[in-house]
Design a protein around this ligand. Structure first.
Ligand code: G3I
Ligand code: 9MR
Length: 565
């Protein structure tokens, strides 16, 4: 692209993502931590402020006129961030418009909106990020704007690594999404990510209209979110072996450098084959089959047949873990506990087929009803099963249904209680790799509690967690690329690093604060507090990478809230 055109396009794209802000790190602004996009008129509206002795705040409109006045409440010190925290609540102020928070003479927050569809643009961008991750396909300018790029990774004729059990032959496995900041394609993470977004479509089939995202399939008569997910499901189908088992991943032996897809020159191969990949495949295929069965019966039948074949393989091979072979250093996604994977697959297969064989499995193999943090591809799997069962609870016998519902509401109640006890009014104060996805998965649990009960307090809880992601956190960053007043500019994302465009590809949720700092050899962290252990530098793969399973729950939560409010 010509330099002038590029500058103009970046400018336009920036303002289309974010109508009211320019990125700023003004220290006076930095003390007020608030959802930098804004609030629904009828939802809870809260912010956090640190380092002030003030006792009140005002809401100013665009003309600087004071529109609302409220008291700050001292919440004490948050151990996770080392800050003395006050909160302000202006839930009672409902008038749509553009505002900022002012405290005393010095402190002004970034401006934000109150409006009905306040997360719509962020929702659309967070889905569109999956389009930008498409392997084997060009991103055309008409869909990708300045982020247009050539195709990479055709993934045809990929040799089998011996860890697949095959000594010869090749596999054609084109398509699908790149997993993250790297160019690998990993079945377990693909399955949960597609599954979380399919769940939005199960609850709200029309959550995303045809044409809404401006992707190549826009205008084909089917909703754009389903079209985007299909790009991944079609790839996943290529990863099933003829005996029903599913290969673990398609990557090279090592990560590439920070280059564009078309410049990639490592040899990609099919690696591993195991119980977790096979069961996660079975689950998402059965789930998708149910969701598309009216719209595309032939596709639904094929996916279901493949899912059942995968289940049968897993029953025969019920404990095949995946570990990286010594010559492979790409992401592992290793798992050696399969009860939750069996559970998710049995749940989806039962709901789609009605076959009691699967229901019997669920009855005889209970899973703990918990939200186990970190690595959702490993631990949120059981919740995926619970959520689908709850969404189709009419198919469950009443005692099973009652028990599951009770357990879900108990978990959601515990989360809300915890939120009240944490000064930032979020439900989590533990920060490991991908902590942002923990917040978003928690918000998903709360949305589902709202779906079951109609009780607004759960919706408010989900908003509080989402507020954290969009700016009400101890770093002050809006963790969604391309959005907010204090933007993430240097995610660990190979195309964003290599495309020569200053602003990163928009719509990605970065990993977030991570107390373990596994990248400390390459990254200098400015804080040792867990909630502040985040650096917006490209080298920080442990805090600032992007990943499918971190975006997917953001899509669910914003999609749900856009419907509910
Ligand atoms: O849970 C332990 C904790 O108890 C211990 O104190 C701590 C000490 O370092 O480690 C914690 O485990 C870490 C785990 O993440 C959970 O935080 C592991 O050390 C750490 O290696 C592991 O990192 C994983 C990373 O891949 C490296 O394998 C991430 O969970 C996982 O999300 C990430 O996934 C990568 C893919 O492999 C490749 N594609 C990008 C993707 C996202 O970064
Ligand atoms: O860039 C890699 C990233 O995509 C992975 O998620 C991450 C964890 O597996 O690893 C990154 O690669 C780093 C490697 O693990 C250690 N040396 C530095 C690499 C990043 O430049």
């Amino acid at each position: 692209m010509k330099p002038l055109m590029m500058i103009i396009s970046v400018f336009l794209l920036f303002f289309s993502c974010n109508s009211s802000q320019t990125p700023s790190t003004d220290p006076a602004t930095d003390h007020i931590r608030i959802n930098q996009l804004g609030f629904y008129p009828d939802a809870v509206k809260e912010f956090v402020v640190t380092g002030t002795g003030a006792s009140s705040f005002r809401i100013l409109d665009e003309n600087g006129k004071s529109r609302y006045r409220g008291k700050l409440v001292d919440r004490g010190t948050w151990e996770a961030s080392g800050e003395q925290v006050l909160t302000g609540d202006f839930t009672g102020f409902r008038t749509p418009g553009t505002y900022s928070v002012r405290i005393g003479k010095e402190m002004v927050s970034p401006s934000f909106e109150i409006r009905d569809d306040v997360h719509r643009a962020a929702l659309d961008a967070s889905i569109k990020s999956f389009y930008f991750q498409r392997a084997s396909m060009e991103v055309e300018e008409q869909y990708g704007g300045v982020y247009a790029r050539a195709a990479g990774h055709p993934d045809l004729g990929c040799p089998y690594h011996p860890s697949t059990g095959k000594q010869r032959g090749t596999l054609d496995s084109p398509g699908g999404w790149y997993d993250a900041g790297d160019y690998g394609k990993y079945v377990v993470n693909a399955a949960i990510s597609a599954g979380q977004m399919l769940h939005l479509l199960e609850l709200y089939p029309d959550a995303v209209a045809d044409g809404q995202l401006n992707i190549p399939e826009s205008g084909n008569g089917s909703g754009d979110l389903l079209d985007e997910i299909r790009y991944e499901l079609d790839w996943l189908l290529t990863m099933q072996d003829s005996d029903g088992g599913v290969f673990h991943k398609l990557t090279a032996r090592n990560f590439s450098g920070f280059i564009m897809p078309e410049a990639y020159d490592l040899e990609r191969m099919v690696i591993g084959k195991g119980t977790a990949a096979t069961l996660n495949f079975a689950a998402v295929m059965a789930q998708a089959s149910r969701i598309v069965k009216e719209q595309d019966p032939a596709w639904a039948i094929d996916m279901l047949a493949r899912a059942e074949k995968a289940w049968d393989w897993a029953v025969e091979h019920d404990e095949v873990p995946y570990r990286n072979p010594p010559d492979v250093r790409t992401g592992e996604y290793g798992d050696n506990l399969f009860s939750d994977d069996f559970y998710w697959a049995a749940a989806e297969l039962y709901l789609t087929t009605g076959n009691n064989r699967y229901f019997k499995y669920l009855l005889e193999n209970e899973e703990p009803y918990v939200h186990q943090l970190t690595n959702s591809w490993k631990f949120f799997i059981r919740n995926m099963g619970f959520h689908s069962l709850l969404a189709n609870r009419k198919m469950l016998e009443s005692s099973f249904r009652g028990e599951l519902t009770r357990k879900h509401m108990k978990l959601a109640g515990e989360i809300l209680a915890r939120m009240d006890s944490i000064p930032y009014h979020v439900g989590i104060d533990y920060f490991e790799w991908g902590s942002n996805s923990d917040l978003l998965n928690q918000a998903m649990i709360l949305c589902i509690a709202h779906h079951l009960s109609g009780d607004r307090q759960y919706l408010d809880g989900a908003v509080r967690d989402l507020d954290y992601i969009l700016g009400k956190n101890a770093t002050g960053y809006c963790f969604l690329t391309g959005f907010g007043a204090k933007q993430v500019m240097n995610p660990h994302h190979r195309p964003s690093g290599a495309d020569g465009i200053e602003a990163p590809v928009p719509g990605f949720i970065v990993g977030g604060p991570n107390k373990d700092k596994q990248d400390r050899a390459e990254v200098e962290y400015g804080s040792d507090f867990p909630a502040k252990s985040f650096e917006d530098v490209e080298a920080s793969y442990a805090s600032n990478e992007v990943c499918l399973n971190w975006n997917a729950p953001a899509v669910f939560v914003m999609g749900y809230l856009e419907q509910a409010y």
